[in-house]
Every structure is written in C-alpha cells, then in structure tokens.
Design a protein around this ligand. Structure first.
Ligand code: DC
Length: 243
C-alpha cells in the first residue's frame, strides 16, 4: 500500500510521515532529501546548478540511498549536510529541472515498488503515485509553519526573526506552487489534514486511523461476499474531505 503525504514547507510532513510509517510498520521515503542530495552533489563537485543540462547529467551519475533513516550520497552519510541553509537555497534549481525530476521520480518508483510505504514530498499523490491507495495533504497556517521553522533554526543555534522566516517561506510557497512540472497541489482524492493546534501524536493518531480504514476498505472491496462500502466517499474522495 502506498500512502502519500504532500504539503507546503513547514507543515510537518517529515516528522508526521516518519512517525506514521513507524506506527504502521511501513517504510518511509523523504523525497525532499533526494532533491537536496542532488544540490549537495552539485556544490561538492563544482557543477553549475544554474545550467540545466549539467544538473541533469549529474543527477544521472550520482547514487542516492536511504539506510535506517540516514541519507547516503555515493555511499557517504549526508543526512545533516543536506539540511544546510546553502543547500536549501540551491535546491529550487534542482526541483525546477524537469530532467532531474524525471530521474528522481524513476528512483522513487523503484524504491516504493512492492512496499507498504509512506512517501512524502510535493508531488507524490499527484504526479508520482496518482494510483496511491491513501493520499494526505498536510497543511498548517503560514504563521504556524513559520513559528515551527523559527524554533527549528533556534534549536540549531541559528538566528532569524519571524518576519525573515515568513518572507523566505512565502518565496518557497511561490516556487512550489508555480513549478510547471511537479508543482505542489492537492490531489482531488487527497484528504486534507490541517495541523494547527494539534500535537504530532494527535495528527499521527488521526492519520493512522485513516490509513487503517483504507486498508479495511481495500480488503472489503476485494472480497466477493462483502457489500460495497457506502461510507467510502466520506473517507478519501471529494474536495471537502478532511481528517
Ligand atoms: O521538503 P523539503 O524542504 O526537504 O524539500 C526540499 C526542496 O525540494 C524544496 O525546494 C521542494 C522540493 N521538492 C520537490 O520539488 N518535490 C518533492 N517531491 C519534494 C521536494
């Protein structure tokens, strides 16, 4: 079963997706880490990330792997290095590159094939896994997302004001929404999960319930003696679906 979690920066996707996967006993894929790993490779190898062809060639040469929550780039652990501020600045060039996206989507398909998995990013429920059995669109208000980001920066000893974080976030939202290929948008059959005022445990509880209901529906719909599930539409279909 594939569970997709998409949403804007700072909505809590990584934390929630990782915890949800752990709760369900599913694998977990952080696709943002893949885009960041390409950006780091460009920086390390002196590849000009503003040159689309050079970046696309680089994406075909490097090896990105996940091992027990660690991200490996050509065998080296880059889990912390890809979170660097400089990498966050370069990554939009990577994410806007159609050839790079195609390559990473190929790797995402390969990684998820035949697995029970929670995969998170911007385009997982729309472009990458349009047939996913359970799709979640995780949101939070702009202020809440900026507050979380500021707390994260402060915990790492970096200093910034809420206004600076809000302005940077607005730019990222704009970039994510305007990308011609793989832009952030809610799949029509995704359940919206607003997280303002909820703890991580509360969000994960709700999402785990949702996934389990979907699993039960899948069993029922493949069972020749069970009647069709009438509440299906309330759970994962229609534009107004929310957890
Ligand atoms: O979620 P994140 O901040 O680690 O994502 C890093 C960058 O990669 C960000 O600019 C959005 C982009 N991204 C994307 O375009 N598609 C994805 N599936 C995941 C991330």
């Amino acid at each position: 079963m594939i569970v997709t979690i998409d949403g804007p920066a700072g909505a809590g996707k990584s934390t929630v997706a990782r915890a949800l996967a752990q709760r369900l006993g599913f694998a977990y894929l952080d696709t943002g880490a893949m885009y960041r790993a390409v950006a780091l490779a460009a920086l390390q190898r002196g590849v000009d990330w503003t040159q689309p062809d050079a970046l696309a060639q680089l994406a075909r040469q490097i090896q990105i792997e996940f091992q027990n929550d660690r991200v490996l780039l050509d065998g080296a652990d880059v889990t912390e290095a890809i979170r660097d501020w400089k990498i966050t600045q370069i990554t939009p060039y990577v994410a806007d590159n159609v050839e790079v996206r195609k390559r990473l989507i190929e790797l995402q398909h390969r990684f998820c094939q035949g697995r029970n998995i929670v995969t998170e990013g911007r385009d997982q429920g729309t472009l990458v896994f349009p047939e996913a059995e359970c799709k979640i669109f995780l949101t939070a208000s702009a202020e809440e997302r900026a507050r979380r980001r500021l707390a994260e920066l402060q915990a790492r000893g970096e200093s910034a004001t809420l206004e600076e974080v809000l302005a940077a976030q607005q730019r990222r939202d704009q970039e994510d929404a305007s990308r011609p290929f793989g832009r952030l948008t809610r799949a029509p059959d995704a359940v919206e999960a607003p997280t303002d005022g909820l703890s991580i445990t509360e969000v994960v509880d709700r999402l785990a319930d949702l996934v389990r209901r979907r699993q039960q529906e899948m069993v029922r719909s493949s069972c020749p003696c069970c009647p069709p599930e009438s509440s299906h539409a309330d759970i994962n279909h229609g534009n107004t679906s929310k957890i």
